[in-house]
Ligand binder design. Structure first.
Ligand code: PEP
Length: 248
């Protein structure tokens, strides 16, 4: 897998409490994995500061979203500058739940990626097709459309991780097969090679998300272009440790 360091993210979504967060972080703090895998957790916004203060060195924190400008009259939003001020290094952008439920367009997602990167945040950029798009053989078209829109805003790919998350697999218990994941990851990597550079294609981590658990993670992890995972449901449980340990 060249020199790409595996990356495992935990997306807690709108789940958990202070007590639950403490339990999750205690388990992660006890795990020795830093030489082998980069671990980033994304708790709900209101727990970001607590999480940041509770994790040991070597584990990073991500916000689940951020707006596309620095400050102003945007009730309920949080800016990348404010996240940076808190010491948060990462942000998840373009998650399918944001795209679907909150109607975030490709352009809006791309503008948020641009703003976050401009203030030196690192971005987990999510792309992925819906079930009806896969069934009508539009997977490549959709994934590349989303990727292209983001890539137009990226100057330096060092701070970007691409999460391929087929929407039909998110929170459904219906995981992509290792072959299905590998196929799309390779399409993404080949697109980067052709449209950005060979170096960026080789260096950029492309992680899989969608019903990853302790049973299916090791087979997925063996795929040559699967560089890690974005884990939703299972990141709230002790299964997250088993998933991370695939790479240790
Ligand atoms: C996610 O929210 O990014 C995700 C992949 O969720 P789950 O693992 O629960 O399918």
């Amino acid at each position: 897998k060249h020199n790409r360091k595996p990356f495992v993210g935990g997306n807690f979504k709108m789940n958990g409490s202070k007590t639950m967060l403490k339990e999750i972080i205690d388990r992660l703090n006890a795990l020795k994995c830093d030489d082998h895998v980069e671990v980033v957790i994304a708790p709900p916004t209101l727990f970001l500061d607590l999480a940041h203060r509770s994790v040991r060195e070597g584990i990073s924190i991500a916000a689940q979203n951020a707006f596309n400008c620095s400050k102003g009259a945007y009730t309920g939003e949080v800016s990348p500058e404010q996240l940076k001020d808190l010491g948060i290094d990462w942000v998840i952008l373009g998650h399918s739940e944001r795209r679907e439920i909150f109607k975030e367009s490709d352009e809006f997602v791309a503008s948020k990626v641009a703003h976050a990167l401009n203030v030196d945040m690192k971005v987990i950029a999510c792309i992925g097709e819906k079930l009806e798009e896969r069934e009508s053989e539009k997977t490549e078209e959709v994934v590349i459309r989303q990727l292209k829109s983001i890539s137009e805003k990226v100057n330096n790919w060092r701070n970007v991780v691409i999460a391929y998350e087929p929407v039909w697999a998110i929170g459904t218990g219906k995981v992509a097969t290792p072959q299905q994941a590998q196929e799309v990851h390779l399409i993404i990597r080949n697109w980067l090679a052709k449209n950005v550079s060979q170096q960026v294609a080789q260096d950029t981590r492309i992680i899989y998300g969608g019903s990853v658990n302790d049973k299916n993670s090791s087979e997925l992890a063996k795929q040559p272009d699967v560089d890690g995972f974005l884990v939703g449901g299972a990141s709230l449980t002790e299964k997250f440790i088993t998933i991370i340990s695939c790479f240790v």
